[in-house]
Design a protein around this ligand. Sequence first.
Ligand SMILES: O=C(O)[C@H](O)[C@@H](O)[C@H](O)[C@H](O)COP(=O)(O)O
Length: 237
Amino acid sequence: MHPPLNVTTHSFTDCRAQATALAERVAERLRSGLAERGHAVLAVSGGSTPKDFFDRLSHEKLDWARVQVTLVDERWVPDTDERSNARLVKSRLLQQAAAAAQFVPLYTGDATPEAGQGAASAHIDALPLPFDAVVLGMGDDGHTASFFPGGDHLAEALDPDGYARVLPMRAPGAGEPRITLTLPTLLETRALYLLVAGEKKRDLLADARLGLGEAQHYPVRAVLTQQRVPVSVYWCP
Ligand SMILES: O=C(O)[C@H](O)[C@@H](O)[C@H](O)[C@H](O)COP(=O)(O)O
């Protein structure tokens, strides 16, 4: 018998509508955090899928000066590199109204993510968690954040009771060494979103939820089957 699934899917017929809907939802979450706590914290993914969402969110009217924005994972490159998620977030999200937000990086300038782990972890420890919202993406290989199949710290990163805030990650499919928030860190959030596009990813998600075939081994399954935080999937073709 499968565990009860904690996942709601919002499907859109066009991707601009998806980006707009998620931006409005996340902005509401940030406003609630600001109203209740006087500050708000957001963690976002890199990759290509969230670009329109970032553009749309950057125009939302809220007190961005009291919002901290960090990443769910980072490629271990400086923000001058085109592969940098910090570069993406700075150029697409921290613009317009959102230019006033404070960015909290995971990349530290150390030579390796192993060397930078302590400092990156301290950056996350200094945030007033829980996150108000965490926005994940997913790769065609079933990775989310930098939970890559075959990753050298994958089991530790997915341990729901692990203590590490962040972990380095090296994997054949990762391109470059990475650093990632761990699963328990990501789940310390008031709201969890998974932003995906394309039929291939829709089918992959369905298989991963049910644990079918290859997909039973996909790291994203750990997010879909946990019972700590409901997951809202935002999908467009
Ligand atoms: O830095 C990263 O690579 C990510 O944070 C990663 O987890 C991403 O969300 C997926 O790889 C999906 O990427 P796409 O949106 O480019 O398909």
